[in-house]
Design a protein around this ligand. Structure first.
Ligand SMILES: [Zn+2]
Length: 83
């Protein structure tokens, strides 16, 4: 098991969990997860975290609502809308 492959899998985990990954790629990730318990545990952790966030927000969010709102305000402060 190469560390490089683990890094690739972990980098692609978000896309995989979003279901936005082509079936071919998803199969590769699943194959790796089946053989690599650290990556599998990581996948379980991220997937549980996302489920909790989704249940709280009622939809899939990359960031919790509070963080999004903070960013939105920061951006608005930098770029005040013309009156
Ligand atoms: Zn791995």
């Amino acid at each position: 098991m190469s560390g490089t492959e683990c890094q690739e899998i972990l980098r692609e985990l978000e896309v995989y969990l979003d279901g936005e990954m082509p079936a071919e790629e998803a199969a590769r990730v699943e194959g790796h997860l089946a053989e690599c318990s650290p990556c599998f545990q990581r996948q379980e952790f991220v997937s549980n975290l996302r489920r909790i966030v989704r249940e709280k927000c009622g939809r899939v969010e990359r960031l919790p609502g509070a963080a999004r709102e903070r960013i939105r305000r920061a951006v608005a402060a930098e770029n005040p809308e013309p009156e």
